[in-house]
Every structure is written in C-alpha cells, then in structure tokens.
Design a binder for this molecule. Structure first.
Ligand SMILES: O=P(O)(O)OC[C@H]1O[C@@H](O)[C@H](O)[C@@H](O)[C@@H]1O
Length: 255
C-alpha cells in the first residue's frame, strides 16, 4: 500500500450516528493468529482421525477453511462448522473433559491455549489505518463500538493499544452472559446499536468475515463495509457488503 491510499469510503457525521467495527482482521492484525491456532488444533485432530480410519491426512487450509468455516464465529461454532465440513460430528462434552478429549468443549479449550501462547509470542499490532481512522472519527464526535465474537476481545484491544478509542465493546463474553446469538445472526451488532441509542439504519458496520457481513446485512445496518484481506471481495459482496475496501487506509472521516 502506497502512502496515498485510494479513498473508497467517506464517513460523515451528517450521514451516520455510529460506527461498529469487528476486531480480528479489521481493527487488529489478529486474524492470522486465530487462523494459525485453528490450524494447529485441527491438523492434530485430522491426523489422529486419518491414522485411525486409515485415510489420507488432508490438512486444514489456513485460507479457504478459515474463511469459509471459522472466521467471525464463536469459538464452539467454528469447531462444529469446520469439522462438519469434513463429515465429523463430535459430542459437545463439558468443561470437565480432559485436555485430549475429542469433544467440542475440549477442542475449544485447546484452541484458546494455542491462541494465548501465539499472542504472547507474536504480540498484536493495530491493523493498517485503524488508529488514524478511529481518531479522525472521534474528533467528529462519532460514537465507536467494537463488536466481536471473541472472548479475548478486551485483551486484544488493550494489547493493540486501541482500548482507549472505543466507547462500547460487545464481545464474546457479553454475548455469552446475555445469551446473544453469534454472527451470522445480527444480535451482537443490534445490541451495540441499542446500547449506543442509534437506529441500525444510521450506523455503519466494518467486517472482514463472511459471517460478519451477513450479520450486518441481516441487522438492517445503513452501510456494511467489507474488509478484504485478500481474494474474497466478491464473496463479501455476495454475503451483504455494500462496498469492499482492502484496509482502513481506504476510509476517510469527514465533517
Ligand atoms: O476464541 P475467541 O477469542 O473467543 O474468538 C472467537 C472467534 O473470534 C473471531 O473474531 C475470529 O474471527 C475467530 O477466528 C475466532 O475463533
């Protein structure tokens, strides 16, 4: 990306009353950390399965499988959706399951261990353009929320130095406490709009996940901006993005 990005979206305070951002892959560069943790988890399961069934090992695809089945969804929904794509249905299990159990609960817990370790190893950076756009919007008095499926949302926001820039966080922990359905259901975005006191039609959603743009569209948000980290612009449009940008350097704030 050159110094002067093409501006594809201009957000004015006259047109919009709030902006709701997804976190991983939109505000922070953590989508790759999640994807790598998912791959480590699933490849181990798939290897075990292949050995048991005498079948060839077909690894988790960091790009295609992540984007289609896991991205943007609650942790347990990601476990179920990817394994279902390989014809594998596991028992739900419970928090009491041992570490190596083949249950949804045990796999979700292992994913968290892998994610935390990777985060500590690699750190988190804000995504390109995120800080500048958030600051510019705040100067205009635009309320900003982060709406994420992640139960690590608060920690990631803080690690990326973005926690002081948002007015509201609706994350995986709040969704679990309130019983809100995860993306692609619109519930978490609608909860954010409700808490900010703005009608969805006057709010903008930024999302990089297919499940996320679908949630924005189903929620009746005024503008759904897809963020394409590479190669899925068309798919984002089909699932509900009104416009697609490559990153937040292509978005400007205007009075
Ligand atoms: O496991 P967590 O941190 O609660 O996050 C759930 C999901 O959060 C989403 O934001 C990510 O796109 C997914 O990769 C991740 O699995």
């Amino acid at each position: 990306m050159g110094e002067h990005a093409t501006i594809r979206v201009r957000l004015s305070r006259r047109d919009w009353d709030a902006v709701l951002f997804d976190l991983d892959g939109v505000l922070a560069d953590t989508a790759r950390v999640h994807a790598a943790a998912w791959k480590a988890l699933f490849d181990e399961v798939l290897r075990r399965r292949a050995a048991e069934m005498g079948e060839p090992f077909r690894p988790f695809d960091l790009r295609a499988d992540y984007l289609a089945f896991v991205d943007g969804k609650r942790r347990e929904d990601g476990v179920r959706a990817f394994l279902a794509s390989r014809g594998i249905v596991l028992p739900e299990g419970s928090e009491a399951d041992p570490e190596e159990a083949l249950t949804v609960a045990a796999l979700a817990r292992r994913k968290q261990g892998l994610f935390t370790a990777a985060l500590e190893r690699e750190g988190v950076e804000p995504a390109p353009g995120a800080v500048a756009l958030m600051r510019a919007l705040r100067r205009l008095g635009m309320p900003l929320a982060v709406v994420s499926a992640s139960r690590n949302c608060a920690a990631v926001l803080a690690a990326a130095g973005l926690d002081g820039l948002v007015d509201l966080r609706v994350d995986g922990q709040m969704a679990a406490a309130l019983g809100l359905a995860g993306k692609p259901a619109p519930d978490t975005f609608l909860e954010a709009a409700r808490r900010l006191g703005v009608p969805p039609a006057r709010a903008v959603v930024f999302e990089d996940a297919l499940a996320g743009v679908e949630a924005g569209r189903r929620g009746g948000f005024g503008l759904v901006v897809g963020v394409d980290r590479g190669g899925q612009a068309e798919a984002l449009r089909r699932r509900g993005a009104d416009v697609v940008v490559r990153d937040l350097t292509e978005v400007a704030a205007e009075a």
